[in-house]
Design a protein around this ligand. Structure first.
Ligand code: PGA
Length: 268
């Protein structure tokens, strides 16, 4: 695969995050099936995962077996079992074939999830052999560049005990809360320029933590108001290694389009 001046070009990784949607099992089946049929297998290049609500994982896992779409989880507990009411463990997720877990989504951080919690969850997910998608990003974009320090702090904390051998399963998703389509910022889009600037900054942080050789191993996704209109530009000009898609992953036609754009980009 072609090299770019920004390092290795990865096969795009597209993760849909359904959040607390849809409301019934039947709707979840319908939505997943429409996406899975819509993208088909022809020209399949991009890696695709959907983080469905926990209660639908069993049902969706059966459809996912016949699909190129793999299963992700929206969160996980760091302990493998025990007295943790309401929590879901890594062994539970693995038993349904879940291969990817989103950790520290900005909506969870906003609700009080700490850097320390993100760190232990990340360590546990990588230790269990899953791909850990660690979300980083600021609440608001200040004019003085404090947001870089916030992202750096979140990354340093999450990476404290990660082993170099685990880095190919570490994915960083930049999804500042101001850009979430349904959030307080009402979805101001991360421009390709913002995305590229932050990708390079995240890569610099990764190099500082693990050494330069680590940089090509870690994919940096873009999240926040990604849609069928801006996906191409974010890949080409923002050099995103893929996307974390919220709202648009609930609209089958839009999500299918984002995946097809990523297939074509991945092939080039
Ligand atoms: P959005 O959500 O695509 O609806 O903005 C993205 C996210 O939650 O990461």
């Amino acid at each position: 695969m072609a090299k770019t001046s920004f390092g290795k070009k990865h096969i795009p990784l597209i993760i849909g995050n359904w959040k607390m949607n849809p409301q019934t099992e039947a709707e979840a089946q319908k939505l997943f099936t429409e996406i899975h049929k819509g993208i088909g297998t022809k020209n399949a290049i991009a890696q695709v995962a959907i983080a469905v609500p926990f209660v639908f994982i069993g049902t969706i896992a059966k459809i996912a077996k016949k699909s190129r779409v793999t299963l992700a989880a929206q969160d996980v507990h760091n302990e493998p079992q025990g007295t943790y009411t309401g929590e879901i463990s890594l062994p539970m997720l693995k038993s349904f074939g879940v291969s990817t877990v989103i950790i520290g989504h900005s909506e969870r951080r906003k609700g009080g999830e700490s850097d320390a919690a993100v760190r232990v969850k990340t360590e546990a997910a990588l230790q269990a052999g899953l791909t850990a998608v660690v979300c980083v990003g600021e609440m608001v974009r200040d004019a003085h560049g404090e947001y870089f320090n916030i992202v750096q702090g979140q990354l340093r904390s999450a990476c404290t005990n990660i082993k170099k051998s685990q880095l190919s399963r570490l994915v960083v998703a930049y999804e500042p809360i101001w850009s979430i389509s349904t959030g307080d910022g009402k979805g101001k889009t991360v421009t390709a320029e913002d995305a590229l600037e932050m990708k390079l900054f995240i890569q610099k942080c990764i190099a500082e933590i693990f050494g330069r050789s680590a940089v090509p191993k870690v994919r940096v996704l873009n999240g926040g108001s990604v849609n069928a209109e801006n996906a191409q530009t974010l890949l080409e000009e923002g050099r995103a290694d893929g996307f974390l898609v919220g709202g648009a992953s609930l609209k089958p036609a839009d999500f299918v389009q984002i995946i097809k754009i990523s297939d074509t980009y991945g092939k080039s």
